[in-house]
Design a protein around this ligand. Structure first.
Ligand code: AMP
Length: 545
């Protein structure tokens, strides 16, 4: 027997339609590439997205066509989110921090028809243009007066493209399983792979993101995604904000401490989200200036592990709750979020930080398990370490053009490539990436834990631990650190800092002090490069017993 409820498809257009109708006056604030603050609202965003949809029809963008964006977090990018998906085309956000060769590969692989480019990325697009096989033209996201000189073929400004268009446009009813957007994995090894989100997965992910036990976004919030709109749809916040009617604050290209602090204070931001590096910069700026966070209530952080010292500082010095989350491009991205469970309210602050250091609890809708090398599920005891697998309605089923199929098993689980534990409360704790964990004498050492201990020392600004081949132990941990400016630390003192925190055999075998560390286009440590640069460190240099 079938249910007798309406089979209304879950469409991205329904989100902006709802926001425009019911929260039309709610503001959308952007810092533009020119540095000005631009103010609009959901009603205007939908109106201009409809003008843009009409323009896209005029330039022959059809249902299913991919259109690339090279853009910061701003209102025009938001309009593209809704116009492209809303009309049935596919928004393809491109990460401008990738190498140009990778970008050209991605654009050709996705067969993008047009590229929409912020003024800051015009020269990047110029360098790419002769390598692009399917791109028919470029739209510079500016008005006519701001158009930079360029030698891009078939180019128009965004405002010239839409200015003559009517806002009379009805969002079409399409299949909820149709593609709405796509994003390539950053791929530290091999070619990047395309993850294709559907309308259904996007709407379900947004509804879940708004739940009280997830990000808890409501129409009373002002939310600022610092995570870029080119990285997994800014963790779904541009959709979740419209769904809830929250004020949306888009920081544009300025993700530095002073600029973020100014926006938080002037726009009354209550919740923000981004990678830990961004929050380190904000905290450093606040320390320096004695600034405060008057309106901010919650910071969601993920993408890499959040150090305990950061959770503690936000809470104890600024009365801001740090919510640790885990996600992946393949998971839309949210899989776990560290909001509290009842038992945590009775814990001492230190015991609670132990839980908050974990990556959070499993979201409703997502299933997770940790398995051993034979694929057998391990107990959810917070101790058993294994490969993390995940499935659910917003988890990738296969990559674009069916590449990298070995990540997906026949029971519909996706192998995340992360090594983790799960506990009886549903909290997941990342131990490492499969390829980064240090296999020493048959036992595992977590590079993430060793990095966190190093950065908890005030003399250390950033740390990276890599697994380096060792003649006796197979692999041993090597610690690379960037010193913080204020305090000096030497090798011995830093290694002593580990003494009461980990077993003796976990302590890194050596420390290398460096000026900076290499990162991927999404801000993660580029461990593959570091590993190959130091691959002989323990065989040629020294071999600790
Ligand atoms: P990406 O697809 O670029 O977003 O990268 C996803 C990967 O980032 C995950 O598989 C994890 O290895 C890592 N990651 C994401 N969130 C966290 C977190 N909170 N702690 C540690 N690693 C994380």
């Amino acid at each position: 027997m079938h249910g007798l409820m309406m089979e209304t498809p879950l469409l991205v257009s329904s989100l902006i339609k709802h926001a425009a109708l019911n929260h039309g006056e709610r503001e959308v604030i952007s810092r533009t590439t020119e540095g000005k603050i631009h103010r609009t609202n959901y009603s205007e965003v939908e109106k201009r997205a409809k003008q843009l949809a009409n323009a896209l029809v005029r330039i022959d963008i059809k249902s299913g066509d991919r259109v690339g964006t090279l853009a910061w977090n701003g209102y025009r990018h938001l309009e593209l989110y809704y116009a492209l998906s809303g009309m049935g085309a596919v928004l393809h956000t491109l990460n401008p921090r990738l190498f140009p060769e990778q970008l050209a590969y991605i654009i050709n692989h996705a067969e993008d028809q047009y590229l929409f480019v912020d003024t800051t990325f015009v020269s990047l697009a110029e360098g790419l243009s002769q390598h692009l096989e399917t791109v028919r033209g470029f739209v510079v996201m500016a008005d006519e007066s701001e158009m930079p000189d360029n030698n891009l073929p078939n180019t128009v400004s965004y405002e010239a493209l839409i200015s003559e268009e009517s806002s009379d446009y009805s969002w079409p009813t399409i299949d909820e399983n149709a593609a709405s957007s796509m994003c390539y994995t950053s791929g530290t090894t091999g070619n990047p792979k395309g993850v294709v989100y559907s309308h259904r997965s996007t709407v379900l992910h947004s509804m879940t993101a708004c739940q009280a036990d997830v990000m808890g976004i409501s129409c009373l919030d002002a939310i600022m995604p610092v995570v870029p709109m080119f990285h997994v749809n800014a963790w779904g916040i541009p959709y979740a904000a419209a769904l809830s009617g929250a004020k949306l604050v888009l920081p544009g290209p300025r993700m530095d401490g002073p600029a973020l602090h100014e926006l938080i204070e002037s726009e009354g931001v209550t919740i923000t989200a981004g990678v830990p590096t961004v929050w380190l910069m904000l905290l450093a700026y606040l320390d320096e200036t004695g600034g405060t966070l008057e309106t901010l209530e919650r910071v969601v952080a993920g993408g890499s592990a959040v150090p305990r010292s950061m959770i503690k500082k936000f809470e104890e010095k600024y009365e801001v709750r740090m919510i640790h989350a885990w996600g992946m491009t393949e998971v839309s991205p949210l899989g776990t979020v560290g909001t509290f469970k009842p038992y945590m309210c009775d814990l001492s602050a230190d015991e609670r930080y132990d839980v908050q250091e974990k990556q959070g609890k499993i979201l409703p809708g997502v299933e997770m398990k940790v398995v051993d090398d034979k694929g057998t599920a391990l107990p959810r005891d917070g101790q058993s370490v294994g490969n993390l697998k995940v499935r659910g309605p917003w988890v990738c089923r296969t990559y674009f053009k069916n590449e990298g199929t070995d990540a997906f098993d026949s029971d519909g689980w996706f192998d995340t490539g992360d090594v983790s534990t799960l506990d009886q409360h549903g909290f997941m704790h990342i131990v490492d990436r499969t390829k980064d964990v240090i296999k020493s004498g048959g036992e595992w050492i977590s590079s993430i834990m060793l990095e966190n201990i190093a950065v908890d020392h005030p003399a250390i600004a950033e740390a990276c631990v890599v697994n380096i081949p060792h003649p006796k132990w197979d692999e041993r941990p090597l610690l690379l650190v960037v010193r913080a400016d204020e305090i000096y630390i030497d090798r011995e003192t830093l290694l002593e800092h580990y003494a009461d925190k980990v077993a003796k055999w976990w302590v890194p075998d050596d420390v290398v002090f460096v000026e900076d560390l290499p990162h991927t286009g999404t801000g993660k440590l580029l461990k593959s490069d570091i590993r190959s640069a130091y691959k002989d460190h323990f065989s040629s240099n020294k071999t600790e017993e």
